[in-house]
Write a protein that binds this ligand. Structure first.
Ligand code: FES
Length: 75
């Protein structure tokens, strides 16, 4: 779904940017230019960014915990 008509930014673009390391909405805006023209997409893009960041953070946390447990088990 396209969030930002001005810059043609979709939810997939936001997901990709988060996976590639965008850690804040400001960073996302620098990377994609989402919500930097008319601003009509700001709230939707902001919500989507935080939902993606939370999901990625959980997965990263689980992956890190799994990796730490594996390292401990191996000694
Ligand atoms: S719709 Fe995103 S800046 Fe205009």
């Amino acid at each position: 779904m396209i969030f930002c008509i001005c810059h043609r930014i979709s939810d997939r673009d936001i997901t990709r940017a988060v996976r590639e390391g965008c850690a804040s909405f400001d960073e996302l805006q620098d990377e994609t230019r989402v919500a930097t023209a008319c601003g009509a997409c700001h709230d939707c893009a902001h919500q989507s960014f935080h939902a993606q960041a939370a999901a990625g953070g959980c997965l990263s946390g689980r992956a890190q915990a799994g990796h730490a447990a594996l390292q401990t088990a191996r000694g």
